[in-house]
Ligand binder design. Structure first.
Ligand code: BG6
Length: 458
């Protein structure tokens, strides 16, 4: 069967500043954490040693062109642009991002620019990070500076990538700095991130900038173990906490009532101020980026909660290992292709069918060198992964979902936070010793698919 996609479908990939650019002047939370605890990073490889895009941007963009990308997302590093987060703009950073944007446009590749991808300037974290409303104001200023510097050429802006992840990593589950475990602080960070998002949207609209603004959310459909009401309730609460805590504010301009009532009943609501609700209502977006990697399977708890234990989301559900599930063993994530379709249908039916696109989907695999044939990584597993997801995306579009594109994570193998270079995701292999780039078989497949605006598959 031939799967063809709508005209002007966005074919491309996504990356982020901190994971690709390499050494930078402004310190981020990652630099600080790495300097204190290098053992927390795979093979002790830190955030200053990432794919050298800062040096190789021109030839890397030529590779994007070779992969037939018509669009590409990356982020601006707040700490590179404004090293202390709030003061002077760094002119070298302006030159760098101008060159990248201009070269993308010269190659016919539409730049999608994100403003925050887990990379808090350390000076901002030192005054409390997202727990402090001064940081919300500093972020709004930074966003406005970006719109003014680059908005004449950038037409697709994103305020945040996966804003729930710094909440989970930094304040609940200890995989991002500042490694706090405290639900109320986590809720405050999430709430202030929504305010920061809305401030940026408001600044964008006030400046009458051309183009559109959105956000990138990792939507993780919550599937209950069974239709038993206890399992359904568990899945509903997981959905409220991990998906709808951002999805509802950015698409509906308000929080789900159930979520507010739940947190209120456990005395976990963050502090609100007059005007917050009006601000959140102004944060409605034009375009939603959807990152999809894995589903979340849950069941009701097997045991009662210990009332002495700290309040955590897991008071309401246990994770469920579905028998027979298909796994990516390297990352430990389930692969469930229909999830992409379920996300699109949920958006169509419950969120007025917003303009959206798949902004990340991908498969990290360890030791890909073992698949080298005639000098090239033959990653047929990645081609299968992409095409199976694209089939479900295609079905969603044929049923009326407003999905405008598909971006893969990622372009060139890059640095994956605490996993560093353990798992590789790229269309292009990176030799860490020589920094040489070699297109994988999946890159060739994707280039052909983008060129044909479709592919053949059983
Ligand atoms: C997404 C992020 O969550 O998944 C990326 O936007 C990240 O920054 C990617 O690299 C893959 O996850 P990981 O943890 O394996 O790097």
């Amino acid at each position: 069967m031939y799967y063809s996609f709508p005209d002007n479908f966005w074919w491309g990939s996504a990356s982020s500043a901190l994971q690709t650019e390499g050494a930078r002047e402004g310190e981020t939370t990652w630099d600080r954490w790495f300097s204190r605890e290098p053992n927390r990073f795979h093979n002790g490889v830190g955030p200053q040693q990432t794919s050298t895009f800062y040096e190789h941007w021109k030839t890397d963009i030529a590779l994007l062109k070779q992969l037939n990308h018509n669009s590409f997302r990356t982020s601006i590093s707040w700490a590179r642009l404004i090293p202390d987060g709030i003061g002077e703009v760094n002119p070298q950073a302006v030159t760098f991002y101008n060159q990248v944007i201009d070269e993308l446009l010269a190659q016919g590749i539409t730049p999608f620019i994100n403003l925050f991808h887990f990379d808090m300037p350390m000076a901002m974290q030192e005054i409390g990070g997202w727990e402090n409303r001064e940081v919300v104001a500093a972020y709004a200023r930074y966003a406005q500076i970006c719109f003014e510097l680059f908005g004449d050429r950038v037409n697709h802006w994103f305020t945040f990538n996966e804003p729930i992840v710094p909440v989970e990593g930094g304040y609940l589950y200890d995989f991002h700095y500042p490694n706090v475990v405290d639900f109320r602080r986590a809720a405050t960070v999430a709430y202030h991130t929504v305010l920061a998002h809305a401030e940026a949207v408001r600044a964008f609209r006030a400046g009458n900038h051309a183009g559109e603004i959105g956000i990138v959310l990792n939507l993780t459909p919550s599937y209950p173990r069974s239709q038993n009401p206890a399992d359904l309730k568990a899945a509903h609460i997981a959905d409220l906490m991990f998906n709808r805590s951002f999805l509802d504010p950015v698409l509906k301009g308000e929080y789900p009532e159930d979520l507010v009532a739940l947190l209120k009943s456990y005395d976990q609501l963050p502090a609100c101020q007059p005007g917050d609700s009006e601000l959140i209502a102004q944060g409605k977006i034009d375009l939603l980026g959807i990152n999809y990697y894995q589903p979340r399977r849950v069941k009701c708890r097997d045991s009662a909660v210990n009332p002495e234990a700290p309040f955590m989301p897991e008071w309401f559900f246990d994770s469920y290992e579905m028998p027979g599930r298909k796994m990516n063993p390297y990352r430990g994530w389930e692969i469930y292709e229909p999830g992409i379709y379920d996300i699109l249908i949920n958006l169509r039916d419950n969120y007025a069918n917003p303009r959206c696109f798949i902004s990340e989907n991908g498969m990290g695999v360890e030791n890909e060198q073992r698949f080298i044939e005639n000098g090239q990584i033959n990653d047929q597993y990645r081609i299968d992964f992409i095409s199976e997801h694209l089939k479900w995306l295609h079905k969603g579009i044929s049923e009326g979902c407003h999905c405008l594109g598909y971006h893969m994570w990622t372009f060139i193998d890059n640095w994956s936070w605490c996993n560093a270079y353990k798992n590789r995701y790229g269309f292009v292999q990176l030799d860490l010793a020589t920094q040489q780039r070699t297109i994988k078989k999946s890159g060739e497949w994707f280039a052909a698919t983008a060129q044909n605006n479709g592919f053949t598959r059983e």
